[in-house]
Design a protein around this ligand. Structure first.
Ligand code: DX5
Ligand code: ZN
Length: 217
């Protein structure tokens, strides 16, 4: 199933409930909540309180992307804050299956992300255990960057590697997805599509509807 996960990093926080409500009404399947610590990535976004606010604002599942060091310390906190899916970075934790298990024990789905220069082979030990793999298509840290074309083959290779094992695990893509390249990432095998600027800049309802149409063709 194809899923659209608008990233609230690009939302106007002065009107968070309003803009999230618009995206929800237009058909957002998840909301992507980007947590940055200024250490794993060179930027600080927001933390647990915004996740709690999102939980109050919307019934749509919260897809929490932890771009932080020591992610294991915060699993319960984000669970309490309303997270439904937690994705952590392979580069930030030494035993990916252990952390997937901890997330599952807390009743959430677990995703594992890799940065653009990390090889997909590091994900293989978690095939069949993780619920989702997130291929970053920009260097994590900031919204509004340009999609890195070199990542398209990683999506395709990961989809092929999963299929070869009889798995149809979700592949999420995140960073620089636009009207111009959404077809490329879908064709390569991604099915959970994160979009910040492409949803929240301009007419939110029209943007979500446009992408939903493309994804459901
Ligand atoms: C970047 C974040 C992304 C970001 C995407 O580090 O992980 O989720 O919000 O924003 P756009 O779609 O504007 O590239
Ligand atoms: Zn993200």
């Amino acid at each position: 199933m194809n899923i659209i996960s608008p990233s609230i990093l690009a939302a106007d926080f002065g009107y968070l409930a309003d803009v999230v409500g618009k995206a929800e009404k237009a058909g957002a399947d998840y909301f992507h909540v980007d947590i940055m610590d200024g250490s794993f990535v060179p930027n600080i976004s927001f933390g647990v309180p915004i996740c709690e606010a999102m939980d109050k604002i919307t019934d749509v599942p919260l897809d929490v992307h932890l771009m932080i060091n020591n992610p294991e310390k915060y699993i319960e906190k984000f669970k309490e804050a309303g997270a439904d899916i937690i994705t952590f970075h392979q580069e930030a934790y030494y035993d990916i299956n252990k952390l997937v298990d901890i997330i599952h024990e807390n009743g959430m789905k677990a995703g594992i992300s890799i940065k653009p220069h990390t090889d997909i082979s590091v994900l293989e030990p978690a095939f069949g255990n993780a619920d989702m793999f997130l291929i970053m298509t920009v260097e994590p840290g900031f919204g509004g960057q340009k999609y890195m074309d070199s990542c398209t083959n990683k999506i395709r290779d990961l989809r092929n590697a999963l299929s070869a094992k009889g798995l149809d695990t979700d592949i999420e893509v995140d960073g620089g997805i636009t009207k111009e390249n959404i077809g490329t990432v879908l064709e390569a095998g991604a099915n959970v599509i994160v979009m910040g600027s492409s949803v929240f800049k301009g007419n939110i309802e029209e943007n979500v509807k446009y992408f939903k149409d493309v994804m459901n063709k």
